[in-house]
Design a protein around this ligand. Structure first.
Ligand SMILES: C[S@@+](CC[C@H](N)C(=O)[O-])C[C@H]1O[C@@H](n2cnc3c(N)ncnc32)[C@H](O)[C@@H]1O
Length: 256
């Protein structure tokens, strides 16, 4: 019993620390949100919300209604707690639903928000499949690994969106604001406690990600895309487009 209590407290301490790190990156969520046009009480779908640090921020920023989905029930329970504590229960719902089985009616949302989750379905497939859930004039905001920017820009217009804005986060941001402090915390916890169970497994996962970062820093440049559903496109089924024109050029902002 005593050990179980200790394990629970350790898990709580670790999760609270990770939430704190995630909160440090909310300035980028806010920056992306400010790139959207003003909308009064938008309906938002937060795809792959995790424990919902950005979800709660989006609720505060938008005054809108949010459905947040994930398949990790422990993370969803943590989010449900935050929703309750913040008095957001009337506007924010956390649902156990897979990104791979999303089945909302067409034109359900003003904004679809995906931070660190589109990789589950793939960038192009996600863009194609989620488009129908957006209302006319709706926006898709995706935070993803940078990869090949030119290729991704092409994919965005081919999938029926106008890229209205974007900005890049350098690998230095990820290192100094996330992986380095997390690395230190893992060492600190391991020096103080014998870890087992879920916390140990999650710590091992995090350690693998930190090691992966050190081996391939370039993979950890990331990008926020702000994409507007392009109404000039009638259909993007089967990769074919009709009635499409693309004007305008964009200058990239770079956060180092
Ligand atoms: C990197 S985390 C991002 C969490 C949150 N969006 C954030 O930015 O803090 C990726 C999330 O995707 C979720 N995920 C992975 N596969 C999923 C699936 N098939 N359906 C729904 N969520 C999934 C994970 O559980 C995890 O919470």
């Amino acid at each position: 019993m005593k050990d179980r209590t200790k394990g629970f407290m350790l898990e709580e301490e670790f999760q609270a620390y990770k939430d704190r790190l995630r909160k440090g990156l909310l300035k980028y969520t806010r920056k992306a949100f400010r790139m959207l046009p003003e909308m009064s009480t938008p309906r938002i779908l937060d795809v792959g919300c995790g424990s919902g640090v950005p979800t709660v921020e989006l609720a505060k920023l938008s005054d809108g209604e949010i459905i947040a989905i994930d398949t990790d029930q422990t993370a969803l329970d943590r989010l449900a707690n935050k929703i309750e504590k913040a008095g957001l229960a009337a506007r924010v719902k956390a649902e156990n639903c897979s990104i791979l089985k999303m089945d909302f009616p067409d034109a359900s949302f003003d904004i679809i928000w995906s931070e660190g989750s589109i990789f589950v379905v793939g960038f192009e497939k996600g863009l194609r499949e989620w488009r129908r859930f957006l209302k006319t004039g709706g926006f898709l905001v995706v935070h993803d690994e940078l990869g090949d920017l030119t290729e991704k820009q092409k994919t965005i217009s081919q999938c029926g969106y106008e890229l209205t804005d974007y900005f890049i986060l350098s690998e230095d941001i990820w290192w100094s604001q996330y992986f380095l402090p997390l690395d230190k915390k893992l060492h600190e916890i391991r020096a103080k406690h014998a870890c087992d169970g879920n916390t140990a497994a999650e710590m091992d996962n995090d350690q693998r990600e930190i090691d992966g970062f050190k081996e391939n820093v370039e993979r950890y440049r990331s990008v926020y895309f702000i994409m507007k559903k392009d109404e000039k496109i009638i259909s993007v089924q089967g990769g074919k487009m009709r009635n499409y024109t693309n004007g305008g050029t964009l200058k990239c902002q770079y956060e180092a």
